[in-house]
Design a protein around this ligand. Structure first.
Ligand SMILES: *[C@@H]1O[C@H](CO)[C@@H](O)[C@H](O)[C@H]1NC(C)=O
Length: 404
């Protein structure tokens, strides 16, 4: 019996330690050398071996920065280029894109890799087909976050924070008000007063999360109607004003003004520069349709889905998070690496190097209230209703998202 138990323990230990990395993309030669370059202009340039394609607000920056700790990973000049979505204009534009990565001299021939993280790729069918054509064998990494939390995070980051940032900048730039008040309370007092005032006024002016959610659910139902299981290009068609579709139509049910407690009409603020993101707070959490497009243009085994909750050090502990990141490293084709110290040092989610990112994190802290349970239930039932697009059942089972 003891021997038998011993054998079981040995077998378990063995299987836990079994880590078979995939072979590196491009046969371990991501750079164009004289022997393999299809054209002279590509010579000395290197392809990314992995792309973290989304979802937005799901920890892509964190994962990217963790992976950089692996000794065989070199950073791109810019963490996110969104090249394949916005800047690709035929094969001639591709060498410029490779310029974002270390070149052949820098990467060497010892199996080092580089990659980027552009969360706008996931909903973009064009990005899927273009990368499928130009980066054959590249490893695709998708982070999926509870879509209700993802949507709320997007509301705060892409709408609330963007709006308040604009308004605050205008307030600070109002010279006359600044001089008047500074004379009375000094510069610090003036800034404090501005912030307090703006937060008060602008919170009342904001469109609520629920108003956006209701409008988007109606819109998605309409846009998906009659499309059967169609996936390719659906996100672009529904949310990016293609085919002559008017983006503001989606919000026509939301009153453009409201009346404050003194009976004064105040105009609400709708314009943000991330308009297409604000429009698709829920849609970008409909993972099934988006991931399927990527699976079609890349081989199934080259697409890796990871749950955002597996990056949460507070819930999982740094050791487990470290192992989960090492699974990603194995998927890219890299040797085993202990990510635990890096995870412990970098710490929380929402770590990022994008300008303005720190401000969003501050708002995350400021706005501590969670999504109202009734609103959550409404969104979850909407996701179940549209299972064919959302894959709610599949992904909630994979990642343990609560159904209520
Ligand atoms: C790579 O970049 C370095 C630094 O910019 C440069 O010195 C080197 O010549 C480049 N190598 C190739 C192969 O282009």
């Amino acid at each position: 019996m003891r021997q038998f138990l011993g054998f079981i323990c040995f077998a378990i230990a063995l299987s836990a330690n079994t880590r078979t990395p995939l072979s590196l993309p491009y046969d371990g030669r991501p750079c164009y050398e004289p022997a393999n370059t299809p054209s002279a202009e590509l010579l000395g340039l290197c392809r990314p071996s992995f792309l973290i394609i989304g979802a937005g607000k799901s920890g892509t920056s964190s994962l990217y920065s963790y992976l950089q700790r692996h000794p065989m990973v070199l950073p791109a000049r810019s963490k996110q280029t969104h090249f394949w979505r916005y800047d690709y204009s035929g094969p001639g534009s591709v060498p410029g894109y490779y310029g974002n990565f270390p070149n052949a001299t820098q990467l060497g021939s010892g199996g080092r890799v580089t990659g980027e993280a552009s969360p706008g790729y996931l909903p973009s069918s064009e990005s899927a087909s273009r990368t499928g054509e130009h980066l054959k064998g590249v490893r695709i990494i998708v982070l999926v976050r509870d879509p209700v939390e993802r949507a709320y995070s997007s509301y705060k980051y892409n709408y609330v924070n963007a709006i308040l940032g604009d308004v605050r900048a205008r307030g600070v730039r109002s010279r006359r008000r600044r001089r008047e008040r500074e004379a009375k309370v000094g510069i610090d007092g003036h800034m404090e007063a501005i912030n307090a005032e703006l937060e008060e006024v602008d919170k009342r002016r904001l469109v609520t999360f629920e108003e956006f959610v209701d409008a988007e659910m109606d819109y998605i139902r309409k846009c998906m109607q009659g499309r059967g299981g169609e996936r390719e290009g659906v996100m672009e068609r529904c949310f990016e004003g293609r085919d002559g579709e008017d983006p503001s139509e989606q919000w026509k049910s939301i009153p453009k003004t409201l009346v404050d407690e003194r009976g004064v009409r105040i105009d609400r603020i709708f314009d943000t520069n991330g308009n297409h993101l604000v429009r698709s707070m829920l849609a970008r959490g409909m993972y099934s349709s988006q991931v399927d497009v990527w699976r079609r243009h890349h081989r199934e085994e080259n697409v890796h889905v990871m749950c955002t909750s597996d990056l949460d050090v507070r819930e999982m502990g740094a050791d487990i998070v470290g192992e989960k990141i090492d699974e990603v490293a194995a998927f890219i084709g890299l040797e085993k690496f202990d990510f635990e110290p890096a995870v412990g040092a970098i710490g929380v989610l929402n770590h990022g190097s994008k300008p303005g990112y720190e401000r969003a994190t501050a708002w995350d802290e400021y706005w501590k209230d969670d999504v109202d349970p009734n609103l959550r239930a409404k969104i979850v039932s909407f996701f179940k209703e549209l299972e064919v697009w959302t894959g709610w059942n599949e992904y909630s089972a994979l990642c343990g998202w609560s159904a209520a």
